[in-house]
Design a protein around this ligand. Sequence first.
Ligand code: DP6
Length: 391
Amino acid sequence: MYTATCVAPVNMALVKYWGKRNEQLILPINDSISMTLDTNEMCAKTTISASESFKQNCMWLNGEEVPFEENARLMRCLEGVQRLALANGDIKFPQSWKLHIASCNNFPTAAGLASSAAGYACLVYTLARLYELPITEELTTIARQGSGSACRSLHGGFVHWRKGELEDGTDSIAVPVVPWTHWPNMHMLILVVNDARKKTGSTKGMQLAVETSTLIQQRAKQVVPQRIKELTQAIHQRDFKAFAEITMRESNQLHAIALDTYPPCVYMNDVSHAISNFVHDFNEAAGELLAAYTFDAGPNACLYVLAEHVPRLLAAVQLAFPNDCEQSVEYLKGIPVPQLAQHLNGVGDAALAHVNPKNLLKYIIHTKVGKGPYQLSDDQSLLIDGLPLPK
Ligand code: DP6
């Protein structure tokens, strides 16, 4: 039996991927840029075993068995890596051997946080390690076929997914902009919004947008190329002000396109809008841009903020969005913020002029920019003799 276990990060888009020109190959209509998040707070972990004795391909997600061969995206990733392995020549075991795959996330999937990107990136990376393939950019074209945004999770730091021009998608790859060490004090507060409603997923939402939005082509052709240039420059120069403005405008435009879809897709809710207002008020009170929000296809807010401003921002969040659980470790997850109490006493931010009703947030995760996927040792496997660890 051969086994590999790896971890892959979540990424959060700054310039958003929204719209495909090829649904099957998952080719986007525009470039995108993301930041990879630290795997300490959020990651997918996957173990894959291959054995002559396995009767069929099996997969367990967070301990529950899920369909394998019926999952077209999963099969495309598997076949993609197997093709690479064949081309590579040096194959360790016959491709007829079946696979057992166990994967889990270290963060609640129910929160509606991007888990497919980390999941597919982890799947493809772990398969590559299992087949002992070199880690090349070609792997990003395979992860992309699991979930578009997954290709960006194969790198750490800040990542650019080039849409590419070719019909076969071989030039639609993700490349690093800078490693995480370039801007190590770039942190993030994720405000998880209490919300139980089921929404139109990204795949469906962007498909409807391409079909019906009259604004989306103008965005893809004119707005995004300019923003990619400006954001790349802002990242290289560690220019938070430019970074923040582009990020917030991008998020706003994604949701404008979603509303321009017919019938409209509404991802942000009243709490999301209250958070966006809060960030603008907070920045105004500070007299400079200290925080930037971005929202994906859901109501949760991701706030970019430099490490030195985290205590002040968090103190302001706590005052503007009071919560009965705010002292508990369950409410404030991730990197600890030691001087919070001191900031809570001293905050005079005008942002706090508006205090929202209690308990609008479910919890907060404090994380930061992080590195790309990596392999773990065999004793960290999620499979024992090809079967998932007991829960
Ligand atoms: C709003 O990668 O989840 O998060 O390719 O259909 O699987 P599929 O979509 P997905 O879309 C992510 C959209 C987004 C923006 C982004 O991550 O760039």
